[in-house]
Design a protein around this ligand. Structure first.
Ligand code: FES
Ligand SMILES: [Fe+2]
Length: 436
């Protein structure tokens, strides 16, 4: 953990002033203030992270009644569990007595969550079952002290949560990418592996790095060798057009090439981004692997390799890169002002058997190495951005357009929630998604 000294002069006014200055510089990287301000970090947890739809996990992690796993965000912990009626739910891992965590194990199976402090016991749906000695007190009712609920949506087997009880619906935005996503049959897919890369850098630096491929040709030789996204559009246009023309026939999937662009400021509601686009691998590569050859059986309804990959976004901090034989999910979670969890999850066909149909090392090779390369450059980026002499430069208008988009969305969200004591949005022109 990199220690960042507290600026004692930091305040809401300073944050709003910095936002106003930054918004005057569209297309430029953000001032180091936004990566170092403790005040801003707290504000963004409240107004960006805890108001967004976030990928929590996969239904296979809660297959049986009583199965659960934890999802840690910042200093918070959520329990995702399947209750004794088979319903999947999410709740805060905070005892309603005096606040101890009721569950410490990161996953498992339980009949009840028993608080280690004074022994209050909660059912797997979060309702309070027993509060030792309290039940005899006049006016005490267990029904008043259930674990606090968190909003939850299951889409194609993936579990998304939102800590804002008034969060807008996420089902409709996700339905716009259902056509190209559902053929992977992720609901019955197997999580072949998942790795958490704890990176000592602010979450926005980690995310911005994912949002652009300007760095791909210099930082990811293996990736750039097979994915056309790393090259200028005009140069790879014919390869993409040829892939799009054959994609439906070869994969056997209608709608596999349907694009949908609704990220950040274009999403229909705050924190509910959904995006899909299919792009080509270079000729001779069937999938994202060391030699471009398949590393697992075809997913779901796929019937062949079209030389394409599906690029998805679901919510502001979760992404997927899907090849015909495996899918790779990427999630960014802030854990502190200079700590971010980058979680990578590899999905394969639900019938595939490890050691027979796929080898974990071959399956994970490309994105494990690519993530280590990313970690290396993000750490260097973080060191430089934290320098007193860092002066932000321009984003490339094409290659880094999505970084500009994210920065504007982020600044407007912070401004919206903190510009007045009542949290009422300020009126700015073109604040499309925030006013919806
Ligand atoms: S804090 Fe959980 S029982 Fe007291
Ligand atoms: Fe990268």
């Amino acid at each position: 953990m990199k220690f960042i000294a507290m600026d004692v002069a930091d305040s809401k006014k300073k944050m709003l002033d910095m936002i106003a200055i930054q918004l005057q510089k569209p297309g430029f990287a953000m001032d180091r203030y936004f990566y170092r301000s403790h005040f801003t970090y707290q504000a963004e947890l409240e107004s960006v992270i805890f108001k967004s739809w976030l990928y929590a996990g996969h239904v296979s992690q809660v297959r049986q009644n009583g199965d659960f796993f934890l999802f840690e965000i910042g200093e918070d912990s959520l329990i995702i569990s399947r209750d004794d009626r088979g319903q999947i739910g999410a709740m805060h891992n905070v005892c309603r007595h005096r606040g101890a965590r009721v569950c410490e194990e990161s996953s498992g199976n339980k009949k009840a969550f028993v608080c280690p402090y004074h022994g209050w016991a909660y059912n797997t749906n979060g309702s309070l079952k027993r509060a030792r000695e309290m039940e005899r007190l006049d006016g005490f009712d267990c029904a008043d002290y259930a674990l606090k609920k968190v909003r939850l949506v299951v889409f194609e087997g993936m579990i998304f949560i939102n800590c804002d009880p008034n969060a807008p619906d996420f089902t409709l935005p996700l339905s716009h990418i259902a056509k190209p996503l559902s053929p992977y049959d992720l609901a019955s897919a197997r999580v072949a592996d998942s790795k958490t890369y704890r990176v000592s850098a602010n979450w926005k630096l980690c995310l911005e790095n994912y949002l652009e491929c300007y760095h791909c040709s210099s930082s990811h030789r293996q990736y750039a060798k097979m994915h056309t996204l790393a090259a200028p559009d005009e140069k790879v246009k014919p390869i993409n057009e040829a892939m799009l023309a054959r994609a439906e026939d070869i994969t056997g999937v209608k709608g596999i090439t349907d694009d949908h662009y609704a990220y950040y400021n274009d999403s229909s509601a705050f924190g509910a981004c959904s995006y899909h686009s299919r792009y080509a691998l270079y000729d001779g590569f069937k999938t994202g692997s060391k030699d471009g050859e398949p590393v697992a059986p075809l997913m779901g309804k796929f019937r062949g390799y079209d030389g394409g990959a599906g690029d998805f976004q679901m919510g502001p901090l979760a992404f997927m890169l899907n090849y015909p034989d495996h899918c790779v999910l990427y999630r960014f979670t802030p854990r502190g002002i200079t700590e971010t969890d980058m979680e990578v999850v590899w999905y394969v066909n639900g019938d595939a058997k490890e050691g027979v149909d796929y080898a974990k090392e071959d399956l994970t090779w490309l994105w494990h190495h690519t993530t280590l390369e990313d970690e290396y450059i993000i750490l260097r980026n973080s060191e430089g951005v934290n320098s007193s002499f860092f002066e932000p430069g321009p984003y490339h208008p094409d290659y880094e357009a999505l970084c500009s988009e994210f920065v504007r969305w982020y600044l407007l969200a912070l401004e919206r929630w903190h510009s007045s004591d009542s949290g009422v949005a300020v009126k700015r022109n073109n604040v499309s998604s925030l006013s919806k």
